[in-house]
Design a protein around this ligand. Structure first.
Ligand SMILES: Nc1ncnc2c1ncn2[C@@H]1O[C@H](COP(=O)(O)OP(=O)(O)OP(=O)(O)O)[C@@H](O)[C@H]1O
Length: 587
């Protein structure tokens, strides 16, 4: 019931009056549904066409004027009223169902957009510890399940309202019989609590299985080259077979549960209707007309009970997905990127780029990825990256070079110590502004499945073609882009798969430069390049010296030769900062 309340509260907050409008529309439409048939008996009775004691039927008085209609017009008049009621109900149902679909989808869209925004607002550490496929799964499959929960919550609310009205009407017809049915209904609800609990359990299992499924498939697609080269296809086929069989078992279990619940309802209905007829004829001596009306009402009311039960089962199976989304959103809020509470600015124009005047300083910085890690990745780092100078960071693999760059860029925060930019610790908007002024080329550059132009414009949507070609020239990519059949408008495939590693690296470098950054961070950005292209980029970087702050993480001596400062990181500590010693050692 907590989930129903949650859905209802959210829906009410989101849709306001429209929710009530929709619910009333649904109730009215449900109420009118079949009312034509229900009223046929009193209407025909009132025309005098059949010998029915209309006086014993409620609402019959409404049709008294039918008595005055000439006999041969009576049937067309009755059928006309029946037709008008049925068509009116159909039109109401149609427009109301459209309102319902709009309400439902706009609510789900809002939930997805909010969750997505919360995700994007989370800090880098959050992404480091999360499985990406789980996040995609939450935004797709789990929100899809929540969407089903919303539909059933709307149906449930309408059913409850409708049932309440029908019960009122039934009470008016016969209080003892209504009490009997309500009592049976309550008994049934109590009996079927087990079904709801089991639906919820199965819902949790579904979520887990589909997460595993998506994670496995994502891994497989990302590592398809390794799979092919190592001939791992049979093991992957086996994996899919196993998980498909688990999903099959779980789906069958759910189908069995639902059919068992429906069967018990059907059986209980048959018993109830038999007992009900016996009670009304033998004990209460109800007349035929009254009995017909009561049977008609309960034949409409009873399916509602089973509808309520079915909705509760559906909602229960959607609850684990909803809970996962709520937990995820809370985790995102706890891992907000920017301290001070405000979410990341989505409008890039809203924050001015930072102009670095003095430099970025690490003061007693200690960092580890997890609080329970014994070892710190970086320990007591004291270091200044002076503005408009080039600093090279060297060190063995795993020494902490990339982590140091992440700290400088404000992607992760030190556990102890401070990162000062121009002498101040950055928070909120100032941190955003600083981030906007960084051009970054990672070790494993990412390109989107789009054209070269779109990939470049991502960081500077207003860049002209001239600026784009200048950036391509800088990164020694202009030549290969010109040779492509569609030039700048060439699609580059998933993660830029249609380009070579070196071409991808050069494009990402062009993208970083197009941003006109105040700080350029290159994390082994030339590792995939041949000597010729590396030399060209080296020259270009040399030309940039003095115009921007450059931080280069490098293994090759050629990359660091022209650096103003060289920082050696070893096992999380900055051990050397002297350029002459290193260059002398390197020959
Ligand atoms: N996301 C992460 N979670 C946990 N530990 C991490 C994570 N990223 C890096 N580490 C650990 O932090 C240490 C430093 O990693 P880092 O990537 O900074 O090294 P690096 O000097 O850049 O290495 P390389 O030259 O191989 O890129 C390593 O021991 C690594 O295992």
């Amino acid at each position: 019931m907590r989930a129903v309340l949650y859905f209802t509260k959210r829906l009410r907050k989101f849709a306001g009056g429209l929710l009530y409008f929709h619910l009333i529309g649904t109730v009215l439409s449900g109420f009118l549904e079949g009312i034509g048939i229900f009223l046929l008996v009193p209407m025909i009775g009132m025309t005098g066409m059949a010998d029915i004691d209309a006086g014993r039927i409620p609402l019959a008085g409404l049709f008294a004027p039918l008595r005055d209609i000439p006999q041969n017009w009576a049937l067309p008049a009755v059928l006309g009223i029946f037709l008008a009621l049925s068509v009116g109900q159909g039109l109401l149902k149609r427009s109301n169902s459209i309102v319902g679909v709009k309400l439902h989808h706009s609510f789900v869209n809002r939930l997805r957009e909010d969750t997505h925004r919360d995700l994007l607002g989370s800090n880098w550490s959050f992404f480091v510890r999360s499985r990406k496929s789980d996040l995609v799964h939450s935004l797709t499959t789990e929100i899809g399940k929540v969407s089903g929960g919303v539909t059933h919550s709307l149906q449930l609310l309408a059913s409850l309202l409708f049932t309440a009205i029908q019960i009122g009407l039934a009470f008016w017809l016969s209080a003892p019989l209504t009490l009997f049915v309500i009592f049976s209904g309550i008994l049934l609800v109590l009996m079927s609590r087990g079904f709801v609990a089991r639906s919820r359990k199965l819902g949790s299992r579904t979520v887990e299985l589909s997460r595993q499924f998506m994670a496995g498939l994502t891994d497989q697609m990302n590592g398809i080259k390794d799979i092919k080269t190592n001939m791992l296809e049979p093991s992957r086929v086996g994996w899919l077979k196993r998980i498909s069989s688990d999903i099959y078992d779980e789906q069958i279990a759910y189908a069995k549960l639902r059919s068992a619940s429906q069967f018990s309802y059907q059986a209980a209905s048959a018993v109830l209707i038999a007992a009900f007829l016996l009670l009304s004829t033998k004990l209460l001596h109800s007349g035929l007309e009254q009995l017909v009306v009561i049977v008609l009402i309960f034949s409409r009311l009873w399916p509602r009970f089973s509808g309520i039960q079915s909705s509760l089962e559906h909602i229960a199976s959607a609850v684990p997905s909803l809970e996962r989304i709520l937990v995820l959103r809370q985790e995102c809020l706890d891992a907000r990127d920017l301290r001070g509470g405000e979410p990341a600015e989505t409008d890039s124009a809203a924050t001015e780029a930072w102009r670095l005047e003095q430099g970025v300083e690490c003061r007693g910085v200690c960092f580890r990825y997890r609080q329970d890690d014994e070892r710190y990745v970086l320990q007591n780092v004291d270091l200044l990256f002076p503005a408009r100078q080039m600093t090279a960071i060297i060190g063995s693999s795993g020494a902490g070079k990339s982590t140091l760059a992440d700290l400088v860029m404000g992607l992760v925060r030190p556990e102890r110590g401070q990162i000062l930019v121009d002498g101040v610790q950055l928070e909120g908007k100032r941190l955003q502004s600083f981030r906007r002024s960084i051009g970054y080329v990672p070790q494993d550059p990412y390109l989107f499945n789009d054209t070269i132009r779109e990939n470049l414009l991502l960081v500077n949507p207003k860049a002209s073609d001239e600026e784009i070609w200048a950036a391509l020239d800088f990164s020694a990519s202009a030549e290969f882009v010109r040779k492509l059949p569609q030039g700048l408008d060439t699609p580059i495939g998933d993660r830029g798969i249609r380009l070579s590693g070196g071409e991808r690296q050069r494009l990402v470098l062009a993208r970083a430069i197009l941003r006109k950054p105040a700080i350029l961070v290159l994390d082994e950005a030339t590792s995939a390049l041949d000597a010729d292209n590396e030399a060209k980029i080296q020259e270009a970087i040399d030309r940039l010296k003095g115009t921007m702050t450059i931080i280069v993480i490098a293994h090759r001596l050629s990359t660091i030769r022209n650096a103003d400062q060289i920082v050696a990181v070893e096992q999380g500590r900055v051990v050397r900062q002297s350029k002459s010693i290193l260059l002398a050692a390197g020959g």
